[in-house]
Design a protein around this ligand. Structure first.
Ligand SMILES: [Zn+2]
Length: 686
């Protein structure tokens, strides 16, 4: 009888959904009732493949740390997750969360073999209770990461054992009492489980999975109220009230926790359909920008939230976690500002904090980063050598967690729409193979040097003509965009998406040209940043790399070096800007992406033998020349560039031509410049 009632209720719910004339994708699993429908549906891992510079970037990653650290880093070599007697907590799942997608995006057999060697012991670790992973580990937190690994592995391989491990683990969570204390990582980060939980529900439709997520939401840290009240604002920062500890309060000011948690109210919105949770997400993002915002869309935390000054650091883990959160939030809400920000982080903060060959990374990056050394710093919590480029500066979490950045960005480039179409959510050279319309498989090749250039060409391949909508996101930073296709043209407004609902034939081409005008952004203490498209531009500083050994020997592995970087040219320039005609005095040079070498201005060698190119070297694909004046009073303080002096500044000497390169290319950089108003200085700007 109970079953019949439930069935009747289900039918009523489905009918009610039908009454609203809600379209559902026929080819991919959207949210089943009672979840609210998301704006978009993520395509399974492997549907989107990198091309062009993005493919070279992922190949550099495979040839760099991601493809190699589990052969020499003891924490991975001896990991309990693969049967050893070493580390049994988060490091292996973190690593696999990037290795698994990287292997299948590149179709790299040796990486896939690595994945297999790691995954088999995990699959066979599933116990009768549903718990899995190393017997030594009793903490739920690393399993929240491992869940995402198994989810991706299943999508790439269809291996049902991965699905069974996840189902058993979620039934364990369902059947055991809540264990999500606010003072532990597993409590603060508990809703991370909901990413996999909702995915599992989409596959199985089992109602008890939603009960499990509801229990996690109700019994773990309340991030929604946190975003509504936001206790750690500028005033708290100025008064040094932000708790620099590892207790319940300090954990809410922890930068990585914040970067993860911003998606938690959004995840719960799917189940609650309560606008309160949606509003909390957008309020949270706004408050980060207002109180801790840095150039490039990130917020500071070194390692607790640390304000807007450009000498503050942002931890690499926070960059990749914010990226992941934004991808999740974009599928839920479809708000273009989320994808805009995802691109900002990907094209600025991510490459800016690693070497181009992906063999070294920072713990903390700075917008104004003029000295990369192990000397005394003013970080809120971190060790002095957090901004060196190395194997594991400060702490090894970033070494384990950095690998998800580029692969997950690649997976967010295209998404399915509820009306059986596709949206180009973020732009980069890629190819997507997906089912559209009534199930026809199409391939769209995206040819572009974006974000360095605004021209994008989409080439459609299909066995038979098929009608389906293609949506193209128009970034919020550009003017209106016109696209040309099939002899027609359509113009869309900034911040919207162009919808092309056509009967597409094999060989059809869509041409899109996104205008990229130079623009400025107000930053801390009256400073300015210069942008073009989604790229921030930084002063190019001549530099000297010095290999160092900090407090470990890179485990004797020859490919791994720690670097300090010293400036060999002045960096204390103010930027001359005409407040009325902001474009005046700047010159843009676009270089061909394919012609320059896999090397960085000769001061370091980045795998020049490979013949590959990655764009994030200082032989940049785009260079802007501008006019600057030295500001003698602007000097180093506590081994960072001091706060840019407030406008008006006292310049000295004659204007000089200065070169600006994309932030992601500049390992030493000034990104927040003091500005010098040239309105009445016709002679210097001409
Ligand atoms: Zn980290």
């Amino acid at each position: 009888m109970k079953k019949i009632v439930i069935t009747l209720i289900s039918i009523i719910i489905i009918l009610a959904a039908g009454c609203t004339n809600k379209k559902e994708n026929m080819n991919y699993n959207g949210n089943p009732v009672p979840l609210s429908q998301n704006a978009y549906i993520r395509l399974p891992l492997g549907s989107i493949k990198p091309e062009g510079w993005l493919k070279s970037q992922l190949e550099a990653q495979a040839a760099g740390l991601t493809g190699n650290i589990d052969d020499f880093w003891p924490d991975l070599v001896n990991s309990c997750w693969r049967g050893g007697d070493g580390e049994a907590w988060e490091r292996s799942p973190y690593f696999l969360d990037g290795l698994v997608p990287l292997a299948y995006l590149l179709d790299d057999e040796s990486l896939k073999n690595k994945v297999k060697a790691w995954i088999e012991p995990i699959l066979s670790s599933s116990s009768d209770t549903g718990w899995y992973g190393p017997a030594k580990n009793k903490d739920r937190w690393p399993l929240a990461v491992a869940n995402k690994v198994l989810m991706q592995y299943y999508e790439a391989t269809g291996d049902m054992r991965a699905m069974e491990v996840l189902e058993k683990y979620f039934s364990y969570l369902h059947d055991t009492p809540p264990d999500w204390p606010d003072k532990e990582w597993r409590g603060v980060r508990a809703m991370e489980n909901a990413v996999t939980g909702y995915w599992l529900y989409r596959q199985t439709g089992e109602p008890w999975i939603l009960e499990t997520i509801k229990s996690i939401h109700q019994n773990s840290s309340d991030w929604t109220t946190y975003y509504e009240e936001f206790p750690w604002d500028s005033a708290a920062s100025a008064d040094k009230k932000i708790p620099l500890n590892w207790g319940p309060e300090g954990l809410t000011a922890h930068v990585v926790n914040n970067a993860m948690a911003i998606k938690y109210p959004g995840l719960w919105f799917q189940q609650s359909a309560d606008e309160r949770f949606k509003n909390a997400v957008f309020a949270g993002i706004e408050k980060y920008d207002l109180n801790h915002g840095q150039a490039g869309g990130r917020f500071s935390g070194d390692e607790h939230l640390s304000g807007k000054s450009p000498d503050r650091g942002t931890e690499l883990c926070a960059v990749v976690e914010y990226m992941f959160s934004l991808g999740e939030l974009f599928t839920i809400f479809g708000d273009n500002s989320l994808a805009d920000r995802l691109e900002l982080l990907t094209f600025n903060a991510l490459p800016g904090t690693t070497t181009p060959d992906m063999w070294a990374h920072q713990y903390d990056q700075q917008s104004n980063q003029v000295l990369v050394t192990g000397e005394k710093r003013n970080w809120s919590t971190n060790g002095d050598y957090s901004n060196i480029y190395g194997l594991m500066p400060n702490f090894a979490c970033c070494l384990a967690n950095m690998h998800q950045g580029w692969p997950k960005f690649t997976q967010n480039l295209w998404m399915a729409t509820n009306n059986n179409g596709l949206i180009a959510a973020a732009y980069s050279p890629s190819v997507v193979k997906a089912k559209v319309g009534n199930g026809t498989e199409v391939t769209i090749l995206e040819e572009t040097d974006y974000p360095f250039k605004g021209d994008i060409k989409f080439k459609i391949s299909t066995g038979s003509s098929v009608r389906f909508p293609i949506y193209l996101r128009i970034p919020g930073w550009t003017d209106s965009v016109t696209v040309n296709f099939k002899g027609k043209s359509v113009t869309g407004k900034t911040g919207s998406s162009i919808k092309l609902n056509e009967k597409w034939d094999d060989g059809d081409v869509i041409n899109m040209a996104i205008p990229m005008r130079i623009r400025t952004e107000k930053r801390y203490n009256g400073a300015m940043s210069l942008l073009r498209g989604p790229l921030y531009f930084s002063l190019r500083i001549e530099k000297e790399y010095k290999s160092v050994r900090i407090n470990y020997d890179n485990f004797g592995y020859q490919g791994s070096v720690d670097w300090e970087i010293y400036p060999m040219s002045p960096w204390n320039y103010g930027l001359m800007i005409d407040p009325i005609k902001q474009q005046r005095g700047f010159k843009i040079t676009e270089n061909s992406l394919t012609s320059y070498p896999f090397a960085d201005r000769g001061d370091m060698i980045w795998n020049t033998d490979s013949g590959k190119y990655v764009p994030w070297t200082e032989d940049a694909a785009v260079i802007i020349t501008a006019r600057g004046l030295k500001v003698p009073k602007w000097t180093v303080k506590d081994n960072s560039a001091d706060i840019p002096p407030l406008n008006p500044i006292n310049p000295e000497g004659t204007p000089e031509i200065i070169e600006l390169v994309p932030y992601g290319c500049a390992k030493l950089r000034i990104t927040e410049f003091p500005v010098f108003d040239v309105t009445n200085m016709e002679d210097v700007i001409r």
